[in-house]
Design a protein around this ligand. Structure first.
Ligand code: SF4
Length: 303
């Protein structure tokens, strides 16, 4: 069944046999995506590649398939496994308010003993705090790569940075582990130290990840830099056309210094699940995430 429910957004229903997918991500044993497509439409979205496999011809951010699946069989099978919700879509898109697919997944996994990681750019997750509190090992991560609302609005159609920060605070205060995912770090634009100072008292983890321009969106981002940050064109050419890694190596050093300054652990692997001392989040280095091993779900960096 196909129907347009919102302006410029094609929404349709799709059946799927199994909502749980084995993941190759360094942080996830299983990946659960309650939708196909993501209406946040981030300009730098790595997930947009999956259009090739799903046959969508529409632009990224302009379609949304609502998945329907049979109830998860034997949820205890996932005990001790990390289950990532939202690796190639955001489980808390505005449409989730009505559709409630993510809530349905959480209800089905409630007594599974799985370790849940939710990745979002929304504050709709606040709706499900009651459920999350009953689920044991749960982590909610917000992607925040700027404190500048204009840059955020240029990059995605998700909620404002201030709403994400407020949601993180409320979830943290509810006793749930939180992450500030500073990603993607845009050279010359993302000031991760400023973001860190803003969130250090309301998160357990700070993940740092570089902007990776491998996808079809590379030219779009470079055009945007040319238009809005012309003084950064040379830097972006060095990094993304000539492959110079020194900028991000320097940022890793800066992050290491920052960890000393604020007395925070600085690691390249945040597993196993643990809570951080308040005010001293664990800083995880995912700069050059292409160097981390995913096959054993360790997240460790190659030596
Ligand atoms: S929120 Fe994530 S999946 Fe959605 S468009 Fe942005 S980067 Fe892609």
């Amino acid at each position: 069944m196909e129907k347009i429910m919102e302006k410029d957004l094609l929404i349709r229903d799709v059946e799927t046999k199994n909502i749980m997918t084995k993941s190759s991500l360094p942080v996830g044993g299983y990946s659960v995506n309650p939708y196909v497509g993501c209406t946040h439409g981030c300009k730098y979205c790595y997930a947009s590649f999956m259009k090739r496999f799903t046959g969508h011809t529409e632009s990224w951010g302009t379609f949304l398939d609502i998945k329907h699946w049979p109830a998860i069989k034997n949820p205890r099978k996932y005990k001790g496994q990390r289950v990532v919700i939202g690796s190639v879509t955001d489980g808390y898109l505005p449409q989730e308010k009505e559709i409630r697919n993510t809530r349905r997944i959480l209800e089905q996994l409630k007594n599974s003993g799985a370790e849940i990681l939710i990745c979002t750019k929304s504050d709709l997750v606040l709706r499900d705090i009651d459920l999350l509190k009953e689920m044991g090992k749960v982590t909610v991560s917000w992607s925040i790569n700027t404190l500048d609302e204009k840059f955020q609005a240029d990059m995605d159609q998700a909620v404002s940075i201030s709403r994400r920060l407020e949601a993180m605070k409320q979830v943290y205060e509810a006793g749930i582990r939180t992450v500030c995912f500073i990603s993607p770090v845009f050279p010359g634009i993302t000031d991760f130290e400023k973001i860190f100072e803003r969130v250090k008292d309301q998160c357990d983890l700070v993940w740092l990840e570089n902007l990776n321009l491998r996808g079809g969106f590379k030219q779009e981002i470079l055009d945007y830099i040319q238009k809005c940050y012309p003084h950064l064109v040379t830097l972006y050419d060095e990094i993304y056309r000539k492959g110079d890694r020194s900028y991000f190596r320097a940022l890793e050093n800066q992050a290491a210094q920052m960890s000393k300054k604020y007395d925070c652990p600085f690691v390249d692997n945040e597993l196993p699940y643990d809570r951080a001392e308040p005010g001293h989040p664990v800083i995880v280095d995912y700069f050059y995430h292409e160097e981390v091993r995913g096959s054993e779900n360790t997240g460790r960096r190659k030596k």
